[in-house]
Unconditional design. Structure first.
Length: 61
């Protein structure tokens, strides 16, 4: 998951920089980066949920 978090931060920085350069939050490049970030965020949340459920299961066993 560490790789995903690093990628998330890298893309977030790139998105912010692109938005500042283009001075437009609706610029196509900004939107593409935002959508990519959304996908990574969902992956991270899914992994965290799976890890949480695994820990709960191992405690109850």
């Amino acid at each position: 998951m560490d790789k995903l978090l690093l990628e998330l931060e890298r893309l977030r920085g790139e998105m912010v920089e692109t938005a500042l350069i283009e001075q437009d939050l609706l610029h196509q490049d900004v939107l593409v980066l935002s959508q990519t970030l959304d996908e990574i965020i969902v992956q991270v949340q899914s992994e965290r949920l799976s890890q949480s459920k695994s820990r709960e299961f191992s405690r109850s066993s």
